[in-house]
Design a protein around this ligand. Structure first.
Ligand code: SF4
Ligand code: SF4
Length: 478
């Protein structure tokens, strides 16, 4: 049987099995990406508005064409054939190259934006990649782009484009269609368009001699502790500024309620999936752009142990850092027991957790460690909801163990490294703090064994024992 018939391919031979639509789509999407890389390399284009339009359209249309070529005319159902044989998805040369480029992008974004062209031209004008996005930034808010505007624009384009691919791939499953539309809307609307439009309204009012109309521009779905600078002095002051009322105060109250009341209540009823798989931008990117890498998450017992230590350590750190920050704010001091709050608390947290962990490792290492490295090992919001999910939530995945054929699809594609099969084999409900409720284990199960459910807690706890699982084997703890 030829590999081609099975739609398998080995590293280096993948391209010859692509059909025409896939090839054209890939060429188009890579052309758009190529323009981004060229401008990143320092080339300033003469007509940025036209080139940016080309970039956006070629990436979007190219992705749609590739998706059409991949799934059109085929029966609905998971098509993961060959993921362990392709260089791109099996930690081969292409996977490493993608990881290095992504990592480099984050390094420049955080610490060397001038290498992306930020304010490096005459009189501090933008050049290169940042200048490419100037026309869009002028369109929204009448001023040149920053590196964060560029990042947000690319981020949104990727989630929307690859979100369509994800929906088509999982079109046999209503849960995936709805939740993917949800993350696409959350990113495009709440995280991108609304803040940019509000920022534009503010800027235009003032720059044209008018007054602030109080359009405080923030992402309504950003929540502490993921949004770790929510309680920083400058942010608290900004939200209370007279010019931003009443919207600033609404954001402040909403932000506190979101963390204290809304999150625990929703997590109690449906688990942490409401945020991790339906709303969050990090989750949105992981589910769409990161989908080809989900099988790379480690299923080892040691990884699970590391995960529990690391993610809860980050949660403790963010609590400590925020407590010290609030102390400084309310007592009007910049030091805590002689230690400068910015230098010893805020800066290290922002550098190690906010930049290196969530950005560089969290996204840059997708092709090496899987698509949920940050969500699994580092996100304090996931840790907070995970504790609720583990001990006080109606959410669980039920398993119809008698139907399980031990194929292992569920464990393979669990992005959180949960050995789902081991639960299924025992007919045991899955109640794990780390489960983001993506539902992929259920979607790839050929026997309909797994169901994501919200039910009475008693039932959920009925057959649950504290167990230790992993590919190294499993045992029941006494
Ligand atoms: S157990 Fe299933 S729903 Fe939970 S994270 Fe893993 S694949 Fe997603
Ligand atoms: S995918 Fe389904 S049948 Fe296969 S091991 Fe998992 S629960 Fe069992």
């Amino acid at each position: 049987m030829a590999e081609q018939e099975l739609n398998f391919s080995v590293s280096g031979k993948y391209a010859q099995y692509l059909n025409l639509w896939q090839k054209l789509g890939m060429i188009l999407a890579l052309s758009g990406t190529g323009i981004i890389l060229i401008t990143w390399g320092g080339v300033s284009l003469t007509n940025n508005a036209a080139w940016l339009t080309v970039v956006i359209l070629s990436i979007f249309i190219g992705t749609v064409m590739f998706t059409y070529g991949t799934y059109a005319g085929k029966t609905a159902g998971i098509k993961n054939d060959g993921v362990y044989f392709r260089s791109h998805t099996a930690r081969g040369a292409i996977g490493w190259a993608v990881g290095i480029v992504l990592t480099a992008f984050y390094v420049f974004l955080y610490w060397f934006p001038s290498y992306l062209g930020y304010q490096t031209g005459v009189n501090g004008t933008n050049e290169g990649l940042i200048a490419l996005f100037d026309p869009l930034s002028y369109f929204f808010k009448g001023k040149p782009a920053s590196q964060w505007f560029v990042y947000g624009s690319i981020y949104t384009l990727v989630i929307v484009s690859l979100g369509i691919k994800f929906i088509v791939k999982y079109r046999h499953n209503r849960y995936h269609i709805i939740r993917t539309i949800s993350v696409m809307i959350a990113q495009l609307g709440l995280a991108y368009l609304v803040p940019e439009i509000l920022a534009g309204m503010n800027y235009n009012d003032v720059s044209q001699g008018g007054e602030y109309l109080g359009w405080y521009d923030a992402d309504l779905k950003n929540v502490w502790p993921l949004d770790y600078d929510f309680f920083y002095g400058w942010h608290l002051d900004a939200m209370q500024q007279k010019a931003y009322q009443p919207i600033g105060m609404i954001y402040l109250v909403w932000g506190i309620l979101l963390f204290l009341i809304v999150t625990p209540i929703i997590t109690y009823f449906v688990g942490k999936r409401w945020y991790c798989s339906w709303v969050c931008g990090c989750g949105g990117l992981a589910e769409t752009a990161g989908d080809p890498y989900r099988h790379l998450s480690s299923k080892k017992l040691s990884a699970w142990k590391l995960e529990r230590w690391l993610i809860h350590a980050v949660l403790v750190l963010v609590f400590l850092m925020t407590a010290v920050t609030l102390y400084g704010y309310f007592f009007n001091t910049g030091t805590f027991f002689g230690l400068e709050i910015y230098t010893y608390f805020q800066k290290p947290y922002g550098f190690v957790i906010g930049a290196i962990f969530s950005g560089i490792v969290g996204v840059g290492f997708y092709p090496l460690l899987g698509n949920r490295v940050w969500c699994r090992f580092g996100c304090p919001m996931a840790a907070y909801m995970g504790i609720i999910q583990r001990f006080k939530s109606r959410f669980r995945i039920t398993t119809n163990g008698g139907q399980c054929i031990s194929c292992g699809n569920c464990s393979t594609y669990c992005e959180q490294g949960i050995d789902v099969r081991a639960y299924a084999q025992k007919g045991q409900n899955i109640v794990r703090a780390s489960c983001v409720g993506c539902g992929v284990c259920s979607a790839v199960c050929p026997r309909g064994v797994l169901k994501l459910e919200n039910g009475p807690e008693e039932k959920r706890l009925g057959n649950e024992g504290p167990i230790v699982l992993g590919n190294d084997g499993f045992k029941i703890e006494k």
